[in-house]
Structure formats: C-alpha cells, structure tokens
Design a protein around this ligand. Structure first.
Ligand SMILES: *[C@@H]1O[C@H](CO)[C@@H](O)[C@H](O)[C@H]1NC(C)=O
Ligand SMILES: *[C@@H]1O[C@H](CO)[C@@H](O)[C@H](O)[C@H]1NC(C)=O
Length: 446
C-alpha cells in the first residue's frame, strides 16, 4: 500500500508514542512522567488525537501557563511540567499548568518560579512540528507530505533520545556545574534547575549518589556569594522531607559547614538560605538536632537573633525553634506503645535536650523581643513559640516586666481589631486567634 490514510498513520504514531511512554517510564522508578503521555480521544466520531507533552522549559520566549488552555504562538516555550497538547483540528499547540505545577506553585515555591532557566528543547520542538505536519496533512498535499514509516520511526527515535530522563538531566547538570569551563552565570543557572528537580524525593537521592552533595558543600565555600546562596538553597530543598538525603548530608559534614557560615558574617540573602538549609536538615531528624545542639547551634542562632534588627531572621529562627519543640511533643503524645520504630524515635528524641538548652542559652528572654515587631505574623510566631517554651520558661516570663506589659497592650490592641472584624461580619478571624494565644499565655503565667 503506497498511501496510508491519515487516520491509520495517526494510529501508528500513537502506538509508537505509547511504546515510548512505556519504555521511558520503565527505565526509572519515576514519580512523575517527565517524558510523554499520550491520550486518544475517540468520542464523537471525530478524528482527534491529543498529545499531552511535558517538555522542558526553553531558551525561547517563555509563556507562563495558567489553569486554562491557552494557544501557544510559534517559538514560545513553556516551563517543565506544563501540559502541552497538540490540537490536530486547529493545528495549534495549547498549554496549561500540569498537575505537579498546580501543586508546586501553590506551595512555598514562589521564590524561584521567575528565575528558572533553560535547557534547550528546540530540537524537540522541531521534531514535534514535523510530526504535527505528518499527523495533520489536511493543510498540505497528502502526496507531498507523506513520509515512509521508517522515516517516521527514525524521527520518533530521535525524539526519544531528546526526551531526557531526570537522571540524565541531573548528570548533565552536575557535569556542567563541576566543569572548570562553566562560568558563574552558567553554574547559577544549573543550580536553579537542580533546585527545581530535587523537590522530587528520587531526584534528591540521585543527587547524593552522583556526588552532588559534595559539590554543593564546596559551593558553599565559594567566594561568590550568589553561588553560596544558591548552593544552600539546593541543599535545603534536597534535604526537605527526605530522610535518606538528610542522613547523607549530615554524614558529609553539611551541618558543621552551615553552622560555620551562620556564625560568620554573610550577606543577608546567604544567611537566609543557609538558615533554610539548617531548618530543613533538622526537621524530623533528632540525630541532626542533637549534633546541632552539641555544636553550639543555639548559641550561633542567638547571636544571629540579637544582630538582626529587621526581624526577618528573628522570625525564621523562632519559627524553626517552635517547629523543633512541637515535633518532639507530637511524637511523645502520639502512638503510645506502638511499634519498635516508634520506640526508637522516642528514644532519639529523648536524647535531644532542646528545652533545657533553650533556657540555658537565654531564649526565654530573647523570644519575647520578637513581640516588639509591628508585623502581626511575626508576633503570632513569637506567641506560639512562647507558649511552646512555657514549661521551661515560666519563671522568667513572670519576672519579665516588658513581656507582661507587651502582652497587656497587645491583647487590648487585638481585641479592638476583633471588634472591628465582627462589625465587618467576620468572626473567629486571624486577630481572634492572636487574642486566644495571648489569653492562653496569660493563663499559664498567672
Ligand atoms: C568533579 O570533577 C573532578 C575532577 O575534575 C572529579 O574528580 C570529580 O569526580 C567530579 N565530581 C562529580 C560529582 O562529578
Ligand atoms: C571549605 O573551606 C574550609 C576552609 O577553607 C575547608 O577547611 C573545608 O574543607 C572546605 N570545605 C569544602 C567542602 O570544600
């Protein structure tokens, strides 16, 4: 048969694509399909195939997708993880946010979304364009656009090569970061890519076994503060909620390096990211918390706290301490007499003498200073931490005239605000919550 109908060719192509999906996803235990997903819509007797393609962000003009489908203009690229479909009826490519992105962008990731940079998908685009033409011959003379199956297969194979798995991407990024030929700008852009990738548990572990942790730690030592900042950011993201990577990082000496950085003067953006990395490293990891305490972590933090006039660092520090206290309490409150693993966790947490150390290092009188901030949010964080520390700090609270004064005046202020909230018809709002925190603290102090 010399000519295939467009439908037959479409179907053949779909089979090929499906085959790719299968082989791409079976090579790694990937959480997200970073490659291709293909759907066939057969409803309504209409001939329409839909290609859902997740492609990497381009070096072209980048479109920010939304929840709605929007038409892509030629030459425009979209961020990784977007859903791109080829509408074969209009011949247009359309884009909207992918599932992961929807989650990603609504979570605490706004810091990088504007600065993610590129690895080039131009070839992929070219291939897609060709395939699009083959699948949509209506616009052209069928004889002329027909290409033999072998040629199509070759194109598809090329496409398969160009759709890198995350592991391949990580390897390429780390090589580029480690290359003496890369400029600082290139390294920074690599770190942005990595930061995005390591939010996935698997990718962060890949980073470890590829030797990436060591590279990041060396990067923390860089003389360029932007590299230090980005390395700390990637490190923090890699260890977040990832016990395996937390262990590896502590074993590689990350905690000491980070604490040393906190103890020496750094530009504020570096300190912020280093603090983020320390907090992520300590989270739900009593072993690291014990190291943190025995290496003078609380002392380092208290010096940072005292030196911070703006309050940005103060809040982050207090939040971090609060998180540590509450996770320990949560563990000891839940699951009495559960399994051995739980027993072991309890044992590990009991070795972390956080509360006693907090009192010794003067935090009972430091945290109240955060109440002097004008930010509601900062004050709320301070109140929560004060409540959490109450068991060891009560004596000091009672003799802290300025704390008692602050509580009185804040209570008055927030009660007034609650009144006006009620007039607007909003009950139990944010300010009401703050009043309750103050009340709870005053009850304890009495
Ligand atoms: C970085 O490069 C050095 C030598 O150039 C090499 O020994 C090392 O293994 C590389 N590290 C990684 C993680 O690729
Ligand atoms: C960072 O620098 C310090 C002092 O220059 C050195 O002792 C340490 O080994 C370096 N760390 C890494 C990971 O290169």
């Amino acid at each position: 048969m010399q000519l295939m109908s467009s439908r037959a060719r479409g179907a053949a192509l779909l089979l090929l694509l499906l085959h790719f999906c299968h082989s791409a996803s079976s090579t790694q235990g990937h959480k997200s399909a970073s490659a291709l997903a293909v759907m066939e819509t057969t409803g309504g007797g209409d001939e329409e195939e839909e290609v859902t393609l997740e492609e990497d962000e381009g070096d072209l003009e980048v479109v920010q997708p939304t929840e709605e489908w929007q038409t892509l203009q030629p030459g425009q690229a979209v961020p990784a993880g977007s859903h791109v479909r080829l509408n074969l009826q209009t011949g247009q490519r359309e884009v909207r946010l992918g599932e992961e992105q929807l989650k990603y962008w609504t979570q605490e990731h706004r810091e990088t979304e504007e600065s993610r940079s590129s690895f080039s998908p131009t070839e992929l685009k070219r291939a897609m364009k060709k395939i699009k033409e083959d699948m949509n011959p209506a616009s052209k003379d069928q004889q002329k656009t027909f290409r033999p199956m072998e040629e199509l297969k070759r194109d598809m194979a090329k496409l398969d090569l160009m759709v890198e798995t995350d592991v391949q991407i990580m390897r390429r990024l780390l090589e580029s970061f480690n290359s003496s030929e890369s400029t600082t700008e290139q390294k920074l852009s690599v770190l942005m890519e990595l930061e995005y990738l390591v939010h996935q548990v698997d990718n962060a572990q890949t980073l470890c076994w590829m030797g990436g942790l060591q590279l990041l730690l060396e990067g923390l030592n860089s003389s360029d503060f932007r590299l230090q900042q980005s390395c700390a950011f990637v490190l923090g993201s890699a260890v977040s909620s990832n016990p395996l990577v937390q262990v590896k990082a502590v074993e590689s000496g990350a905690l000491q390096t980070l604490l040393t950085m906190l103890a020496t003067a750094q530009p504020l953006p570096v300190t912020k990211k280093v603090l983020f990395a320390v907090a992520s490293l300590l989270r739900n990891f009593p072993y690291a918390q014990r190291h943190f305490l025995s290496h003078g972590g609380l002392q380092v933090l208290s010096e940072l706290f005292r030196a911070d006039r703006g309050g940005v660092l103060r809040t982050r520090i207090v939040t971090m301490l609060y998180d540590m206290i509450s996770e320990k309490e949560l563990i000891s409150q839940t699951g009495l007499g559960l399994d051995a693993a739980h027993e072991e966790r309890l044992r590990q947490y009991s070795a972390v003498s956080l509360q006693g150390e907090l009192r010794e290092k003067g935090w009972c009188s430091l945290v109240p200073q955060l109440l002097e901030s004008t930010e509601h949010d900062y004050r709320e964080k301070a109140l929560r931490a004060l409540l959490a520390m109450a068991p060891v700090c009560l004596d000091q609270y009672r003799s802290d005239g300025s704390l008692l004064g602050s509580l009185l005046s804040l209570r008055e202020q927030y009660q007034e605000m609650v009144q006006s909230e009620m007039i607007v018809g909003e009950e139990n709002g944010y300010f009401g919550e703050i009043v309750e925190l103050i009340n709870a603290l005053q009850v304890k102090i009495k």
